[in-house]
Design a protein around this ligand. Structure first.
Ligand SMILES: CC(C)(COP(=O)(O)OP(=O)(O)OC[C@H]1O[C@@H](n2cnc3c(N)ncnc32)[C@H](O)[C@@H]1OP(=O)(O)O)[C@@H](O)C(=O)NCCC(=O)NCCS
Length: 161
């Protein structure tokens, strides 16, 4: 099994927690339950949406990533294989009261490193319109026109690894 764990101490921005661990988590684990809750709170509930059991079942095949302070999940994201060279970053979320402290950047860079290590050449994603600037700061470029997904405007964005 592919296991990566990285500890970041003071490389994060102002008011950042003293230590944050980034790690790959297992589907069905206690951490995975935390991840579902975080994604519900940050990504789905505000839109009045939920996850289907089929959707969660498919996540067995995906790389599940969490940022933790001790036992508490602060943020998460996932990687799903599209083809041998192409991977999609999805379900990026950071706890509301901890946004803007560098956790999203750390998660994205960690996910990119994992994707690179696996051998993917390009990373793609569907970015919500209000966070386009976040991904642009991390080197992603918009491809094509704005489109609607789960009722809100998105852009497809991508980056060479
Ligand atoms: C989008 C999100 C993951 C970013 O994570 P974060 O931890 O808040 O972002 P960071 O603190 O790592 O920000 C990194 C840089 O991007 C900038 N940034 C963050 N959010 C931004 C936004 N919405 N627009 C433009 N720039 C943004 C930060 O100012 C920072 O820039 P700096 O290095 O010059 O100071 C987080 O805000 C979030 O969970 N939002 C709600 C859920 C969501 O929209 N998820 C994305 C779905 S596609």
């Amino acid at each position: 099994m592919y296991i990566v764990i990285a500890y970041i101490a003071s490389s994060l921005h102002h008011n950042q927690s003293p230590a944050m661990a980034l790690k790959i988590i297992d589907h069905g684990s206690r951490e995975y339950q935390q991840m579902i809750q975080l994604r519900m709170d940050i990504l789905r509930q505000p839109l009045g949406l939920n996850f289907t059991s089929e959707e969660l079942e498919q996540e067995k095949e995906q790389v599940l990533i969490g940022a933790f302070e001790e036992e508490k999940m602060l943020g998460c994201c996932m990687l799903i294989k599209l083809d041998k060279q192409l991977v999609r970053l999805r379900q990026m979320a950071v706890l509301n009261n901890l946004q803007g402290k560098g956790i999203g950047r750390a998660l994205t860079q960690f996910a990119e490193n994992i994707a690179r290590d696996i051998g993917y050449r390009k990373i793609t994603m569907h970015a919500r319109k209000p966070v386009r600037g976040f991904y642009e700061k991390l080197g992603y470029q918009v491809v094509g026109d704005e489109f609607l997904e789960i009722t809100i405007p998105h852009y497809e964005m991508e980056k060479e690894l």
